[in-house]
Write a protein that binds this ligand. Structure first.
Ligand code: GLC
Length: 524
């Protein structure tokens, strides 16, 4: 591995003048908000835009730089908003366009950027475009979707075939997800122009960028090849068609033509960092791309060492910025995946917030939330993702007289202790750990954008240094449940400890089980 770590190293010329150089998104910490579950301002059981606005002070206190708000557009909610029936309006469940404008303005007043989710691969079957398209074979919008007389064997992401027969017009239409989410035909220039218009709409309103849904699926192999029987990575979900790249270059040009460092972060659901990196082009496609390989990595030192090496080897040479996600609205929360230990979730927070690149927090991980237990009669998601989407408890009795007595999903475990108010009052809480890590990161250029060097560590310990000119930090993560000793060159003090112990004092040369520390060189 390149000892410089490859990501925004001084060697590549970020002049150190005491300020942070480069566009904001290269060193931002993003916070993902699933609006149904964040905060419910009107007590109907579903979160809303006003709920987000009402908690901006809290997010500012926490210290995140940007929020990504999952879809809040008009939608029949078959996929809870990822089935859009109007890209340019807010669903009444979530509020109004005025609510959005207020949210954006008040976030900006607090220095918080806002990116919105953009769902270009498919619309809802209730979108007027699809209603027209399916109305007759010679409708001018027929070719806006993918209609066929004969179909291949692709399966849809949430089960069943990826093709649905339309009786009225006697053809099949393609949907990589639900039948209520027909795929747009991105080979039709009218579709491209109409979807570009939706980007202009939100750029004009002042958003700072977009999270782009299902980027790898946007363009399909024009020969629509059958998937091999028993394939583990079905074509229908992955696609990864090379023709997506010119489409992304056009999107990049559009977004970059707008003043003010707007950006695109794409959901590229390909479980290979090399393939994901291809979606950044030569700095002329996505600004950032989600890499989910770390999300699927086990909580083991060797796996993470390999993960860090691969990420830097793939992204370093193209001078691209890595992204790191441990949890999101599509996967079990990492505390649950890692076995439920809060200590381990705290150690994971140290790792997530000190790796080079851009971390994405998923609302609730800063509370140490675990997945909710969702009884069979409360299941609502066709994709089985309800447990990670449980609502955020804001106070100790969220189900008792609070704004939301009957939330759309059950509360996560222990809401009476694991809620924002209780944890904000407790300086030893995981919430305060996230805050201390964010404070340290913002005060430290080496953590924000320094290079990375792996340090020799024993089996269960991952240790690395971050450096920016002569500023250095070291990070030590112990993946084992038992303590481990570690010899580091030089004398170090503990800046942040996942268990809060010994902060400000000398590093004792050992880390307890399931803990992690950020170290700074002891001043001479
Ligand atoms: C993305 C979203 C997921 C959604 C799917 C279809 O994978 O993250 O929540 O169901 O796209 O839009």
């Amino acid at each position: 591995m390149n000892a410089q770590g490859g990501v925004n190293t001084p060697a590549r010329g970020y002049p150190y003048d005491g300020t942070v150089a480069g566009p904001w998104w290269k060193s931002a910490v993003f916070y993902q908000i699933y609006p149904r579950s964040f905060a419910d301002s009107d007590g109907d059981g579903v979160g809303d835009l006003e709920g987000i606005r009402g908690h901006l002070d809290h997010l500012q206190w926490l210290g995140i730089d940007a929020i990504w708000v999952c879809p809040f557009y008009r939608s029949p909610m078959a996929d809870f908003g990822y089935d859009v029936s109007d890209y340019c309006d807010v669903d009444p469940l979530f509020g109004t366009l005025d609510d959005f404008d207020r949210l954006l303005a008040e976030a900006h007043e607090r220095g918080i950027r806002v990116i919105v989710d953009w769902v270009p691969n498919h619309t809802s079957d209730r979108h007027p475009w699809f209603m027209e398209s399916r109305s007759s074979r010679d409708n001018p919008k027929r070719d806006w979707y993918i209609w066929r007389d004969e179909v291949n064997n692709w399966k849809a992401a949430f089960g069943g075939d990826a093709w649905t027969w339309d009786d009225a017009t006697g053809q099949w239409y393609l949907h990589l997800f639900l039948p209520g989410q027909p795929d747009l035909n991105w080979r039709n220039p009218e579709v491209v122009a109409a979807m570009h218009d939706t980007l202009w709409f939100w750029l004009d309103r002042g958003v700072d960028g977009f999270r782009v849904d299902v980027v790898q699926g946007l363009l399909k192999d024009p020969s629509f090849p059958d998937d091999p029987p028993g394939g583990v990575l079905p074509h229908s979900e992955l696609n990864d068609c090379p023709d997506v790249h010119p489409a992304l270059r056009d999107l990049r040009a559009l977004v970059d033509s707008y003043p003010g460092d707007r950006m695109l972060v794409g959901e590229v659901y390909l479980l290979s960092t090399r393939q994901v990196a291809a979606y950044l082009g030569r700095g002329d496609e996505l600004h950032l791309a989600f890499d989910f390989t770390p999300l699927y990595a086990p909580w083991e030192a060797d796996a993470w060492r390999a993960q860090v090496e691969t990420t830097l080897a793939e992204l370093g040479p193209v001078d691209a910025v890595a992204t790191w996600t441990l949890s999101n609205h599509d996967n079990p929360r990492h505390r649950t995946r890692y076995g439920g230990s809060e200590a381990r979730a705290r150690a994971a927070a140290v790792l997530l917030l000190t790796l080079p690149g851009v971390p994405f927090l998923y609302a609730g991980e800063e509370l140490g939330l675990e997945d909710a237990v969702v009884a069979a009669d409360r299941v609502v998601d066709p994709g089985g993702r309800d447990p990670c989407r449980a609502p955020l408890p804001w106070d100790p009795s969220p189900g008792d007289g609070g704004a939301t007595e009957n939330p759309w999903l059950p509360w996560p475990p222990e809401p009476e202790v694991r809620n924002v108010a209780t944890l904000a009052d407790d300086r030893a809480s995981i919430l305060h750990l996230y805050r201390r890590l964010l404070v340290a990161r913002h005060a430290t250029l080496s953590l924000q954008r320094g290079g990375l060097e792996l340090l020799p560590g024993t089996g269960s310990v991952l240790a690395f240094a971050r450096h920016h000119w002569d500023e250095r930090r070291a990070v030590v993560v112990n993946f084992a449940t038992t303590g481990a000793a570690l010899e580091l060159e030089g004398d170090w003090d503990v800046e942040v400890a996942s268990d809060g112990r010994g902060e400000g004092g000398p590093f004792p040369g050992a880390v307890a089980g399931d803990t992690a520390v950020v170290l700074r060189p002891r001043p001479r």
